[in-house]
Design a protein around this ligand. Structure first.
Ligand SMILES: Cc1cc2nc3c(=O)[nH]c(=O)nc-3n(C[C@H](O)[C@H](O)[C@H](O)COP(=O)(O)OP(=O)(O)OC[C@H]3O[C@@H](n4cnc5c(N)ncnc54)[C@H](O)[C@@H]3O)c2cc1C
Length: 428
């Protein structure tokens, strides 16, 4: 059997290795490594280029909390069976077999113990070299057609390559540079697949209240973020254009999905001046205590320091510039007196500070692509297309996106492993 894999990213490389070394995940495997010929085609000048840039060069390759709940897409629940067969434990065991021990942060985000993405990329490359995968870089697949019993792939050079089975692992439309942008969507579409709407994901968000965020630019704090149906507590960073930080990246996919689909579930559904959808995001800047507890705290402080104005009472619990902004928005100033009425106004504002999201900060850049090949036309157990037998789709090319935190790479490994397992079974 000749398998051609299109795309030398995380999913494609991992599938290539699993296909040639099935013993690494299945002791029961009957297939000798030479039974399946594997050709990996990558249009860039090297494989795994994006992987080296992941996690700020540290590669957050999985997460303790991996489950379907951390994925979105037109039917993200279809990830559940794949993830249950290749969960966090299987992922770290697999990397350990390749000589990559891991380290896990309190948040569940998991990295190679060296904290270097190069470690993961280099080991994977050695693994597939050892396994006898034929790797060809500088090979952009321009067309993919199905003939009676095989596939024909035409490269940009005009060369034609035949395959019994094709794995489409072409990734997404956004990433580290335009060179890596995928034309995999067109390849899939021409074979009868529907595409769902594409937009960048895991991105900073642009807001309407830029005067406010610009005044606070560079300030990072921990806040409870409520957006759409999600409520999490994590870092928020204010910027001239809007909001960033890990917490914002974590909720960005769902917020942008809602904006793009036009079904915004926030309390304020309104159109901005240029007539586009907006979504409301609320920040609770004081998530560690309930309002009554903060009131009791402020009463105690004011009793000890009766001459302090309201600003002084809040300046110990929030950055001064944030306090100034809250006072301004409550119609107060730095001299406003420390009365219970004033505290309560500031507390209310700080615990549900509304922001109007107008879109992604940049429309041509994101860590992940939301949308992709419609998973209704895909078998979530085998990864095989339902409308083009012999074509398998893995990784980010599908309409399956993970949150920020290692979920996207985990999906790349898990889907690669599921496809290899299904192919090994059919070869057997
Ligand atoms: C800056 C950055 C940081 C990230 N950090 C993390 C992180 O820490 N943790 C995490 O889980 N996720 C992270 N991600 C997301 C993660 O990298 C991707 O979800 C993952 O790489 C997807 O794997 P993939 O193999 O499906 O696609 P890719 O890794 O994008 O690989 C696809 C490959 O296919 C090639 N290709 C495309 N079209 C063709 C064609 N027609 N012919 C031949 N080759 C083609 C491309 O050149 C590319 O090399 C990050 C992404 C970015 C951009």
């Amino acid at each position: 059997m000749r398998v051609v894999i299109v795309g030398g990213g995380a999913a494609g490389v991992c599938a290539a290795g699993f296909l040639r070394r099935p013993d690494l995940y299945s002791a029961a495997s009957q297939i000798a490594s030479s039974d399946i010929e594997v050709v990996l085609l990558e249009k860039g000048d090297a494989i795994l280029r994006k992987l080296r840039a992941t996690g700020n060069g540290r590669c957050n390759f999985t997460n303790v909390h991996v489950s379907a709940a951390h994925y979105t897409g037109n039917s993200a629940d279809k990830t559940a069976s794949t993830l249950s067969r290749f969960a966090f434990r299987e992922a770290v065991d697999f990397f350990s077999l390749l000589g990559i021990p891991h380290t896990t942060l309190e948040s569940g985000m998991t990295y190679p113990a060296t904290l270097r993405a190069d470690t993961v990329a280099d080991r994977l490359m050695e693994w597939i070299n050892d396994a006898g995968v034929s790797v060809r870089t500088g090979c952009s697949v321009e067309t993919l057609t199905r003939q009676e019993k095989c596939f024909v792939l035409t490269l940009a050079s005009g060369e034609k390559i035949m395959a019994d089975v094709v794995l489409l692992a072409t990734g997404g439309s956004y990433g580290i540079g335009k060179k890596e942008w995928s034309n995999g969507y067109t390849l899939a579409k021409n074979l009868g697949h529907r595409l769902t709407r594409l937009h960048p994901g895991i991105v900073p968000l642009a807001v309407q209240e830029t005067a406010r965020t610009a005044a606070l630019s560079g300030i990072k704090l921990k806040a409870q973020i409520t957006a759409q149906t999600t409520c999490i507590t994590d870092d928020v960073l204010f910027s001239t254009y809007g909001l960033s930080g890990t917490g914002i990246l974590r909720v960005s996919n769902r917020v942008l999905d809602a904006l793009n689909d036009g079904h915004v579930t926030s309390s304020r559904r309104e159109k901005s001046n240029n007539d586009r959808n907006t979504a409301e995001l609320l920040l609770n800047l004081l998530p560690d205590r309930r309002e009554e507890e903060w009131l009791a705290y402020l009463h105690g402080l004011a009793a000890r320091f009766p001459t302090w104005p309201a600003k002084a009472l809040f300046s110990g619990i929030l950055p001064t510039k944030v306090v100034d902004q809250l006072l301004l928005e409550c119609g107060m100033n730095e001299k406003s007196e420390a009365s219970e009425e004033n505290w309560t106004r500031v507390l209310h504002r700080a615990s549900a500070w509304p922001f109007t999201i107008i879109g992604a900060h940049k429309n041509d850049h994101g860590q992940v692509t939301c949308g992709g090949v419609d998973t209704a036309q895909w078998n979530s157990r085998t990864m095989e297309s339902l409308c083009c037998p012999g074509l398998y789709l893995i990784g980010e090319v599908l309409d399956i996106q993970g949150e920020c935190g290692g979920y996207n790479l985990h999906w790349a490994w898990a889907s690669a492993r599921a496809a290899a397992e299904a192919l090994e079974k059919s070869a057997r």
